[in-house]
Design a protein. Structure first.
Length: 381
């Protein structure tokens, strides 16, 4: 089955009792047993819930994996992955990581004796320099936030295999429509389902997809033992959101291309970060592992003044200033004062994250209206 068909049908069967075409919201915490241990596969909703099962199977199919495992947030999913490891184990990760992941690694799991290394992943030598007998996992995010760097998944899989490490990829920015990391040799794919998969800014959820049965059973054990599971109503909403994932991603990518080109030619804009540009330093890698380039764009302003960035964001009518991304509506964010405020200014600026950098999550509205909104806001500076 191709992607759009899977998005609509995978994991979803007409309801056995009524024929309802949509998976019902099984709003129940428990399930009646005929006799102790004699049940229909469902005992308690932290462990299993039919609405969640449908979603997990759907997500597994979209990522070309065997097992989908859902969590109550993206961070809940990452938390479960790190719980595979023991004190003394080491994990290597990217140096421009999602802020919440960085916080979870350094502020929570370092206290439990797990050691993290943050390196640039453009060069596998930097990774190999950090690998030792305690290294257990490489954690990758691509495209990165907000600089839109692309990390070569095949190269990461080669390093991981050579050293017997688990390769985990946060695929939130790309969504399964644009990129399927398992196909390039990753062992674990992680999603903040909150973003493109949910797609309508109405749910917070996370997910993992894996192929390996043993790895899946360890993660399912953690899912149940630690209990960060989503409720059935949220699973229903995400199943519904996913039915249009392919349509939304096509339009996000089309609009992304239009807006990126518009910004690149705008006299007040200094630099535009978008992997679809031929002069993006990782464009060839992006082309080799992504189906299209998506609607996440960052740009900076000439003169690099914080006040100018504020003026632009205050004057948007359509681009709402808000955390998050991946919804049908366009959003903008200011990483230097929002998601990346806890990183010292000098550190931020080393990777290009300057005060005038604005990040856009280009929605699926009409591109002409989005261009007009940007033109009006930019005309105020
Ligand atoms: C939002 C996000 C997360 C965290 O997910 P939540 O659902 O907010 O817990 C992790 N990684 C990336 C890339 C994100 O954008």
């Amino acid at each position: 089955m191709k992607f759009g068909t899977k998005a609509i049908h995978a994991g979803v069967e007409p309801d056995a009792t009524t024929g309802a075409i949509m998976t019902p919201i099984y709003q129940t915490s428990t399930y009646v047993q005929r006799s102790p241990g004699d049940h229909k596969g469902y005992e308690y909703s932290r462990t299993h819930n039919p609405t969640r099962t449908a979603l997990q199977q759907n997500l597994a199919a979209l990522e070309n994996g065997k097992h989908g495992i859902c969590f109550s947030s993206g961070l809940g999913a990452i938390d479960a992955v790190v719980k595979l490891f023991n004190p003394g184990d080491e994990i290597i990760s990217t140096n421009d990581l999602y802020g919440g992941t960085y916080r979870l690694f350094t502020k929570v799991f370092e206290r439990y004796g797990i050691k993290f290394h943050f390196v640039s992943m453009n060069d596998t030598k930097e990774i190999e320099a950090k690998i030792n007998a305690n290294t257990k996992m490489i954690w990758v995010e691509t495209p990165t936030n907000p600089m839109m760097n692309i990390i070569d998944l095949k190269a990461m899989a080669e390093v991981s295999k050579a050293h017997n490490l688990i390769l985990a990829v946060d695929n939130t920015f790309a969504s399964p429509y644009l990129q399927n990391p398992l196909d390039f040799g990753a062992d674990i794919v992680m999603h903040s389902v909150t973003k493109y998969l949910g797609g309508h800014s109405d749910v917070v959820m996370g997910a993992l997809v894996v192929n390996d049965d043993e790895l899946a059973s360890q993660l399912v054990f953690i899912q149940n033992a630690c209990g960060a599971t989503p409720g059935p109503q949220d699973c229903f909403l995400v199943l519904r959101g996913i039915k249009t994932l392919h349509l939304r991603m096509e339009r996000h990518s089309q609009n992304g291309k239009t807006i990126a080109a518009f910004l690149k030619n705008h006299p007040k804009v200094e630099k535009v970060y978008w992997p679809g540009f031929e002069d993006h330093p990782n464009h060839e890698v992006a082309k080799s592992q992504m189906r299209d380039f998506g609607g996440m764009i960052s740009f900076t302003l000439k003169g690099n003044r914080l006040e100018d960035a504020k003026t632009v964001m205050e004057n948007f009518e359509l681009f709402a200033l808000a955390e998050s991304l991946g919804g049908v509506e366009s959003l903008c964010g200011h990483p230097a004062s929002m998601t990346h405020a806890s990183i010292p200014k000098a550190e931020r600026e080393k990777v290009g994250l300057v005060d005038s950098l604005i990040r856009l999550s280009v929605g699926v509205e009409d591109a002409d209206d989005l261009k007009n909104d940007l033109a009006t806001a930019l005309s105020k500076i």
